[in-house]
Write a protein that binds this ligand. Structure first.
Ligand code: MTE
Ligand code: MO
Length: 252
């Protein structure tokens, strides 16, 4: 077993191998060796594997960094012919634990810095103006897939509930033990959708029935499925993986 000091030396050495100083700084800021293991799902035990993983992550950063850091930049969209079939399922548990939410009884709780705190039935949510987009979902575990999600533009919903749009965060609680929070600029991003459909059909349980917040500008783990409650706040709410060491911004 390597001790913490060894680990920090390994990561420092591996970081030296990265070509761009900016990228090096970026990774240094956001990653520890433990975080690297979490991000990649592999045990980082030696310099070579750390380096390989950092290169992989840095290539990924090259692709996404621009729009991750600019709230006005749009993530790429794709033709429907490029949709990945079958679209992967992922959660911190296996398929047999997928939450089975009863849509007839379902109510979305809304709280915090919002004028209208009434809970929303699915019928009411489906009445909101609906749109759809075909975007790439990127998981830190090393896969990405293109899918089509439909729902209401989240900024439309936030305005409808009279959310304080100058607040810092929007937090989400899910029907499983998952929870996550995002920054307000991302919540207001034009491509951030509160989605109820996948590929034109009601979102199936594995993809997050009754709703998934879909943000093509964020990594997969920032996109909560099975949302049951949301709140607007100025107090940092954290998140399931963030509290285990992932970086909150969700772009590394
Ligand atoms: N409620 C909930 N949301 C979640 C997760 C989860 O375990 N529970 N996993 C996240 C991760 S890491 C990924 S990659 C995506 C997977 O979404 P998919 O099953 O539609 O591919 O959901 C995200 N949202
Ligand atoms: Mo993920």
């Amino acid at each position: 077993m390597k001790n913490n000091l060894d680990k920090s030396i390994i990561i420092q050495e591996a970081l030296k191998e990265l070509p761009s100083p900016a990228r090096r700084l970026f990774l240094k800021r956001t990653l520890t060796l433990g975080g690297l293991s979490l991000l990649t799902g592999c045990t980082v035990s030696d310099e070579e594997s750390a380096e390989r993983m950092l290169m992989k992550i840095s290539r990924f950063n090259d692709d996404v960094q621009a729009w991750l850091f600019d709230p006005n930049k749009l993530a790429p969209t794709y033709p429907e012919s490029m949709i990945t079939k079958p679209f992967p399922f992922n959660a911190y548990y296996e398929r047999d634990k997928i939450p089975q939410v009863n849509g007839d009884e379902y109510l979305l709780e809304v709280s915090g810095l919002v004028a209208d705190k009434h809970s929303w039935s699915l019928g009411e949510l489906y009445q909101l103006p609906q749109t759809s987009q075909v975007t790439r979902h990127i998981c830190v575990e090393g896969w990405s897939a293109i899918g089509k999600w439909g729902g209401v533009t989240f900024s439309t919903f936030l305005k409808r509930i009279g959310a304080d749009l100058s607040a810092k965060y929007v937090g989400f609680k899910c029907a499983d033990d998952y929870y996550v929070s995002i920054d307000m600029p991302t919540a207001l991003h034009a491509q951030t959708l509160l989605t109820f459909t996948y590929d034109g059909k009601t979102l199936p349980p594995e993809y997050g029935f009754p709703m998934k917040l879909r943000m093509p500008t964020k990594l997969g783990y920032k996109n909560p499925k099975h949302i049951v409650a949301m709140f607007v706040t100025n107090t940092y709410p954290g998140g399931y993986w963030e509290d285990k060491g992932y970086n909150w911004f969700g772009g590394s």
